[in-house]
Design a protein around this ligand. Structure first.
Ligand code: ZN
Length: 140
């Protein structure tokens, strides 16, 4: 029986942030949801989509950082749970940077809020106009 109520999840130390969120959803049968996460990472790897080149540029934050805000969603891509997450991170001096979360963000501590959205599954598919895998929704 899929989880239909909001759930709070503590993610395990050392786990990859995206993989841990995906597992938290998959084990609960959550395939469509809003995601919010706060906590800290041992380091981070983020992406920025270069619209003209239609590719992600990745960059790393080698040291510890706080997750001030992680905001995202869960849908299906190729039939599997896919977590799309953006992060605002702070460094020890309080300065911030952010981006599209990529694999390579090991959790130090993280608290996630998963808000399942009822209704039909939401699948991603390739969007020719942007070069991205976006939600495939019917117009109107
Ligand atoms: Zn993104």
């Amino acid at each position: 029986m899929p989880q239909t109520q909001p759930v709070l999840v503590r993610l395990p130390k050392g786990a990859d942030l995206l993989a841990a969120l995906k597992e938290a959803c998959a084990t609960r049968g959550i395939t469509k949801a809003a995601v919010q996460v706060i906590g800290a990472l041992e380091c981070a790897r983020l992406g920025y989509y270069l619209q003209d080149e239609r590719r992600y540029e990745s960059y790393e934050l080698p040291g510890h950082c706080e997750v001030l805000c992680g905001a995202g969603n869960v849908s299906l891509k190729d039939g599997e749970v896919f977590v799309h997450l953006h992060l605002t991170l702070s460094k020890p001096d309080g300065s911030c940077l952010g981006g599209h979360a990529l694999e390579g963000c090991p959790v130090f501590a993280a608290e996630a809020f998963l808000l399942p959205v009822p209704g039909a599954d939401l699948a991603r598919g390739f969007d020719e106009a942007t070069g991205l895998f976006l939600w495939q929704v019917q117009a109107g």
